[in-house]
Design a protein around this ligand. Structure first.
Ligand code: ZN
Length: 499
């Protein structure tokens, strides 16, 4: 494998394929973004971090990447079905707000969390509500092809008709016959011809708040069509990579293919990438299971399942320790181990800056060769379907070597200053720019850390003297300035920055 060969596991073919962008040197990347009706949680963090590294690594290799990640601020109905209330409208109704107020509030919250996780902003972040015209145009095109039908102001995609000439189910490996057998039978009230048909446009009932005019009367777009309309607009009818969580494979992404092809277009996506799910202590995440942990709770430690606060970088690092196609299981134990791993990588980065070699040539050719091989293997791992855990293993080997140099167990002067320079450049670029890792905030801000420790100790003295008013005052004033104290079970007090 040469440096420039990337292999991507394509969900569509079920195997790793050599990556060949449509336009040499350029990559179009579309990732399904959040539906903004609630606080960002772990389920939001995984695709964001996974595709952030894809974005960063492709840029590192020299590609010009246009990364589009949408915001679903309209059209995502409850239960992913074509009936039920719009999730955002429901939240707005319950809280007596404008739907766009709800969407803006949670979009901001999402951005804050993404910033804490150090994900880069996408190149374009389109809103579904800002692309109603494009979605109407696409629905019209599908109607023109005879692959959709209008009933009572709503427009549905005709899956059966589409399946006559195309393969509905090719991405998720499902067969339409099986899907039909498994679905409930339609009643007289149903507008759809077939239970598998999905809405491109829905007529708005009298109470529906979010509504736009269309050739079929006032209504709102279906969820799936937003991604088709916006990816086509910003990346073209055919683009390179479409990403998202595995839970979106069906029906969302399957419908995206059907819509793009059904509008008279081509196969829209060359490489479909899906990140796997997250479990918590071996259990699926779910609101009813009480293990639904918001990202903010991780950063403050305020959740019954969390033993402590975790720095956003620890959460990021933890995700990158597992390959994106594998399930991640969150537990306190695993996060604490990740914290140690991150510290090791970041400490080595700090020590590396203090190393220097006076040698013009390497006396220890073998060691110099090993350093070179480690760098090569690290890149090869990332080229092999973005294998971050393997690449991290190489970084750990480098960090051991850096420690050995620093502790004088190995002689840094046995390698040339040129070899050391290449190690430094490589380590910093991969750790900071590709993995997007930063030292945990607590450690990177030494003066602040020292001052907070002094105040924690003063608070301890106050409590020993039973001066609880002062103890509370110290805690509250720190909190009002964004520093959260947490009293641990062992009697120690930890602290974190509120994001
Ligand atoms: Zn989508």
């Amino acid at each position: 494998m040469s440096f420039s060969d990337i292999y991507i596991y394509n969900t569509l073919s079920g195997k790793k394929e050599r990556f060949e962008p449509i336009n040499p040197g350029k990559v179009g990347l579309y990732v399904c973004g959040p539906t903004v009706y609630g606080d960002p949680h772990l389920g939001h963090a995984r695709p964001a971090v996974c595709f952030d590294v894809v974005f960063r690594f492709l840029k590192y290799l020299g590609y010009q990447v246009r990364y589009v990640r949408n915001v679903t601020d309209v059209g995502h109905l409850e239960n992913d079905a074509d009936d039920g209330e719009d999730k955002i409208a429901k939240k707005a109704r319950l809280e007596a707000l404008e739907p766009m107020e709800v969407a803006k509030y949670y979009t901001d919250r999402y951005h804050q969390s993404m910033k804490a996780l150090n994900t880069l902003n996408p190149s374009i972040e389109p809103l579904a509500s800002g692309h109603i015209i494009e979605q109407i145009e696409m629905a019209k095109a599908i109607l023109d092809q005879g692959l959709a039908y209008e009933v009572n102001g709503s427009v549905y995609f005709d899956v059966n008709k589409y399946n006559e000439d195309h393969n509905y189910g090719k991405l998720s490996g499902r067969k339409l016959e099986d899907l039909m057998e498994g679905s409930r039978s339609l009643t007289a009230q149903d507008e759809k011809r077939n239970a598998q048909d999905f809405a491109l446009w829905k007529k708005a009932g009298p109470k529906h708040i979010m509504r736009w005019p269309s050739p079929w009367g006032e209504g709102f777009p279906g969820w799936h069509i937003e991604c088709s309309a916006m990816s086509t607009k910003y990346l073209g009818e055919q683009f390179d990579i479409h990403g998202g969580g595995m839970d979106l494979k069906f029906p969302h992404h399957e419908c995206e293919i059907a819509q793009a092809v059904g509008a008279g277009g081509k196969e829209p996506v060359n490489y479909w990438m899906h990140n796997n799910m997250i479990t918590i202590n071996g259990q699926k995440m779910g609101k009813s299971l009480g293990n639904f942990i918001n990202l903010d709770a991780f950063f403050t430690g305020e959740h019954p399942l969390l033993e402590q606060a975790y720095d956003p970088m620890t959460v990021r690092f933890f995700m990158l320790q597992t390959h994106y196609r594998s399930v991640i299981d969150f537990s306190n134990h695993a996060l604490q181990a990740a914290q140690k791993g991150l510290d090791k990588i970041m400490n080595a980065a700090a020590l590396l800056g203090q190393l220097s070699s006076s040698a013009k040539t390497s006396k220890d050719e073998e060691l110099a060769g090993n350093i070179n091989t480690l760098q090569k293997k690290c890149i090869e791992s990332l080229c092999d379907d973005f294998n971050t855990p393997q690449a991290l293993a190489r970084l750990f080997e480098m960090s051991s070597l850096i420690n050995a140099f620093y502790n004088k167990q190995a002689d840094v002067n046995s390698i040339s200053n040129q070899v050391l320079k290449s190690l430094k450049e490589f380590y910093y670029v991969i750790v900071n720019d590709v993995f997007g890792l930063q030292a945990a905030q607590v450690e990177s801000n030494d003066v602040l850390g020292d001052v907070v420790e002094i105040l924690i100790n003063l608070r301890k003295v106050a409590r020993q003297n039973k001066n609880f008013a002062l103890s509370d005052q110290i805690r509250d004033e720190l909190k009002s300035r964004g520093v959260q104290l947490k009293d641990e079970k062992d009697g120690k007090t930890s602290w974190s920055l509120l994001s």
